[in-house]
Design a protein. Structure first.
Lengths: 300, 329
């Protein structure tokens, strides 16, 4: 620091008094990514299309709308994304396929999260034998290769949405057991839990009122990531022919149908693949954003 | 130091008496006896200060009294009832009469609940109606010097340490306790705020007829607030007596050493006496005989073989030492 710098300080300080040169501190704006907004936009569009598929002016997913294997073209809404090997509209099949993917992702994700939390939270809170047992179950489930489990389930039971839901839920449960258990351990050691017990609160009240509200946002923020993984898993199973039975379209099933003519009509594979890619990407972006937004404990 | 014995207890008048309290933590390396045969009692309306270094078992003692930690052995009597064996249902009712203030005020409040919910939590657990809770929380908030309306919807992270500690005190008061156990309630606060909180505790004590157990490592803070003081070392009681007496004429060498380690206000003079040498021995294998003998300047052979018992050194002042110090004044 030079001599003149030292002198400058009191002058600057004095000038603040008259308000002429008040230091302006720029507002710190949080970096907002355009990608995040685009992701939310895409997710909103997919959900809206899936919900309104029956109302929208779309052709039926089971009826041919034109010649088979038409490339994507402008002019007609039904032909916008081309047609498949039977001349059915790929746009319509993607829209109806979204119903399956979203239902599978959301239902299996939510049910799995609920079961996992219901098991992991008491395990972390009560510890001892309950904890050992739940941990053993979770570790055993995690050790099982997921695709093998799903394939085994699908081949034993008839492939249907329900079978798929059961299998995918089983995949999610152990992760949530571990998440809920670890979070419960961390929060249960805090003084406010002791204070609540000292107020006469029972274990159920401590768990639901004191501990659970603190980790639910963390678990909730993980949900989109889980849903993305489930949509991919459903796609893989349908691709292997063990997912949703035809004629009901699903994104993975569409890829499987189109794979034989990928050389002549690549759009039959790439359109549903791209839809899966965008949805999974958007879900992951949303998950990151939500975690950042709601994990207030990380921000002090 | 290292004393066991119950000679300093004052009988049935006490609101809280603890006899030969033992708290063990079994671990891989062995069993840690955090509290080892500690006895004390508190008369109604009295403030008992518990002082000692970190790890001497002060906090464990406080939590064990509320049965928030597992009690290995010993007897605890609260308001005429032996509670060391009381079942969980009975303890839930009893704990409401014995409230605790914690060291870290912000951590003792649920970060996701607004202040108005935190303060009324005890009443909500008891099942009082919403309007009653609102009225009671407004009352206690004003008692602890906080503007109820302004703070009602704030979250704990928006409060300063002092404000958070006031909220914690309000929460304890709302359930109408008879005994308040303050576990280092001011050690996380600025000195100016410490004084405010200490005064607040004193005022509320008078107003609500509270009996207070005040756990701290700050000797000055304890002297300000306590009627009687108990000095602990490595899970044992060293000295128990009237706070003015203990501070003026410590009978136990450890008390003397603690008082000597407080810096004097005159920087040239340094400390009042020589510092203690060495470190606190491992509680996994505490010294036999007197637990303080490894650091005691007066230790003799007898201290290694025989554990000193509490006995009355001077009227109203008890120490667990074979060679108690004579009065200095």
């Amino acid at each position: 620091m030079t001599q003149s710098d030292v002198k400058a300080v009191p002058e600057a300080a004095a000038s603040w008094g008259d308000g002429a040169r008040e230091p302006v501190v720029p507002r710190v704006s949080e970096p907002r990514s355009v990608l995040v907004y685009l992701s939310y936009g895409w997710l909103f569009a997919v959900v809206a299309v899936a919900l309104l598929a029956g109302v929208l002016p779309l052709a039926s997913f089971a009826v041919p709308v034109g010649p088979p294997r038409q490339a994507p073209q402008l002019g007609s809404l039904d032909l916008l994304l081309g047609t498949d090997s039977q001349g059915r509209s790929i746009l319509s099949r993607c829209a109806y396929g979204a119903q399956v993917s979203l239902v599978v992702g959301a239902a299996a994700g939510l049910v799995g999260a609920a079961i996992g939390t219901a098991l992991g939270m008491p395990a972390g809170y009560f510890g001892k034998r309950a904890d050992s047992l739940v941990r053993l179950v979770a570790d055993a489930m995690l050790a099982f290769p997921p695709l093998i489990l799903l394939l085994a389930l699908s081949s034993i039971l008839t492939p249907s949405v329900r079978t798929l839901l059961v299998g995918l839920t089983l995949l999610i449960v152990p992760s949530y057991i571990r998440l809920a258990r670890a979070n419960t351990l961390a929060w249960a050691a805090r003084d406010f839990v002791l204070a609540a017990r000292n107020m006469g609160a029972g274990h159920r009240r401590v768990l639901t009122r004191e501990i659970m509200p603190n980790f639910l946002p963390t678990l909730g923020a993980y949900l989109p990531v889980v849903m993305a993984a489930l949509i991919v898993a459903e796609g893989s199973l349908s691709f292997l022919g063990l997912g949703i039975p035809p004629p009901r379209p699903s994104w993975g099933g569409m890829i499987a149908e189109g794979k034989d003519s990928i050389a002549e009509s690549p759009h039959m594979v790439f359109v549903p693949s791209f839809v899966i890619f965008l949805t999974v990407f958007a879900l992951n972006q949303a998950g990151d954003h939500l975690r950042h937004r709601f994990d207030r404990t990380l921000r002090g | 130091m290292a004393g066991s014995g119950t000679a300093h207890l004052r009988g049935d008048k006490a609101l809280l008496s603890v006899e030969d309290l033992v708290v063990d933590y079994p671990g891989k390396a062995g069993t840690v006896q955090a509290v080892s045969k500690v006895s004390f009692d508190v008369l109604p309306g009295e403030t008992l200060g518990i002082v000692g270094e970190s790890g001497c078992g002060k906090t464990t003692t406080g939590r064990a009294v509320l049965r928030l930690d597992r009690v290995t052995a010993g007897r605890i009597r609260f308001a005429g009832e032996w509670i060391e064996q009381a079942d969980e249902r009975r303890m839930r009712a009893l704990r409401r009469q014995m409230q605790m203030i914690f060291q870290d005020p912000v951590a003792s409040l649920n970060p996701r609940r607004p202040v108005k919910d935190i303060v009324a939590e005890g009443l909500a657990i008891a099942g009082s109606p919403a309007d009653e809770r609102a009225a009671a929380s407004a009352t206690v908030m004003s008692q602890v010097g906080l503007d109820g309306e302004r703070f009602a919807d704030m979250l704990p992270r928006q409060l300063s340490g002092g404000q958070a500690q006031r909220v914690a005190i309000a929460r304890a008061l709302a359930v109408g306790p008879r005994l308040l156990i303050c576990d280092e309630p001011v050690s996380a606060l600025d000195v100016s705020v410490q004084a405010q909180i200490l005064n607040l505790i004193e005022d509320l004590k008078a107003q609500y007829d509270l009996t207070v157990v005040f756990i701290a490592h700050d000797l000055g803070v304890v002297r300000t607030i306590s009627d009687n003081v108990m000095v602990m070392y490595l899970g044992k009681v060293c000295e128990f007596g009237d706070s003015a007496e203990v501070y003026a004429n410590p009978a136990h060498p450890y008390t003397r050493a603690l008082l000597d380690s407080v810096p004097l206000t005159d920087p040239d003079k340094g400390f009042a006496g020589p510092a203690l040498e060495g470190d606190v021995p491992s509680p996994l294998s505490p010294p036999h005989g007197c637990r303080f003998r490894t650091r005691c300047p007066l230790a003799q052979d007898r201290c290694a073989t025989e554990e000193p018992q509490m006995n009355e050194v001077r009227p109203g002042q008890h120490a667990a030492c074979h060679f108690p110090l004579p009065p200095t004044t």
